[in-house]
Design a protein around this ligand. Sequence first.
Ligand code: NAP
Length: 384
Amino acid sequence: MMIKVGILGYGTVGKGVVHLIEERCSDIEIKHILVRSKEECLDDHFTVDFDVLLEDIDVLMEMIVGDSPTYETIVRALSKGIHVITSNKVTVAAHLQEYIDLATKNHVQFRFEASVGGGIPWIESCIKAKRVDQIHSIKGILNGTTNYILDRMAKEKIDFDVCLQEAKRLGYAEADPSADIDGFDVQRKIMISSSLAYESIIPFEEYDCISLRKIKLVDLEFFSKKGYTIKYIGFSKTKGNQMYGSVEPVLIRNDSLFASVDKNNNMIELYGDSIGYLQFVGQGAGQLPTANAMIQDLLDIVEHKVNKIEFDKKLNMDKTMCKFTYVFCANQYQFDDEIIKNKIEVDGRRIATSKPITPEERNEYLNCIMQLDKTCVCLRKEED
Ligand SMILES: NC(=O)c1ccc[n+]([C@@H]2O[C@H](COP(=O)([O-])OP(=O)(O)OC[C@H]3O[C@@H](n4cnc5c(N)ncnc54)[C@H](OP(=O)(O)O)[C@@H]3O)[C@@H](O)[C@H]2O)c1
């Protein structure tokens, strides 16, 4: 049977999806493509009318940016009994529970493989791992732009701002790169992943989020000599009914697989109680990898494959649940505090290592330092 698809968002990913459907999916018909203006309508598949977009289709493939008119359109589609596939983490993170409930009520699917890790089949694998195991932790390089910046800084000895400009020129970073470099993109991706893995939704705003903006080349070089690479990591961990989640720069040992993830690639890892560590590496963004993940979702719908997604556990975000060693780097702050275990000064940068402290203690300490010295960077030291 021919499956009829509506395309919302004919940009980078949307064009990739249309290309792959036309080239590789003979039993799928692109019925409508919604664009902003009549001038963009190339033939009578194109429309500017949301009512027409949702007419006589089986699946809506949503690839616009942000939550409006995304939310309204997804709700309308699911309510009409249309399956929905999206790559848009902003809308997934904001309404995941509502979308899943609405899809279940209307006997259709809401799928979002491409919203985390681009082309990496992570969401599917996470749901599968959870069928057998209790998942205890997730860790990931989930943003290609920041990984590209850190990789170039380390390899070519270039400072953050220069790498950011280069990332913008190559189209890896947006004109306003805040979602990438301040961590909001990863915050949503780790929230979506954790919700699936732990079967409990905790709003993404509750995850600690430390910006990468203040990282300096001198910091990377200092830790490189000590055997560490800095990576921007989304992380979450559970203990009983508690969980902790964060986005922050982390010191990773140079011999770890995470340290070897280069360019704009992504890597995601989970730990399950019988499977142990499972790791996934690949292109976390890009036109065809992301479109590929959308097509995988589409083919699963065509083949009537249904994933069981539940959020019936109640976990609380607990920022005192675990202790970590944190390293603080700053230009002026003296670090003469009880919380600090040792400190040194290198090339005008003061570097201080904390005793094991909770994320809550770290947050309070970092807030105090930032009022006195805005150059401060905080790095979590990965447990050895
Ligand atoms: N690019 C990637 O590698 C990647 C990877 C994973 C996930 N994603 C996600 O996929 C989604 C699309 O990303 P993208 O890179 O393809 O973005 P994009 O190139 O900016 O494409 C988005 C398209 O949607 C159109 N659009 C936005 N609002 C619209 C509206 N109200 N009505 C009609 N058209 C509208 C835009 O038109 P205008 O240009 O006129 O605004 C643009 O053509 C985003 O949610 C993104 O986070 C992207």
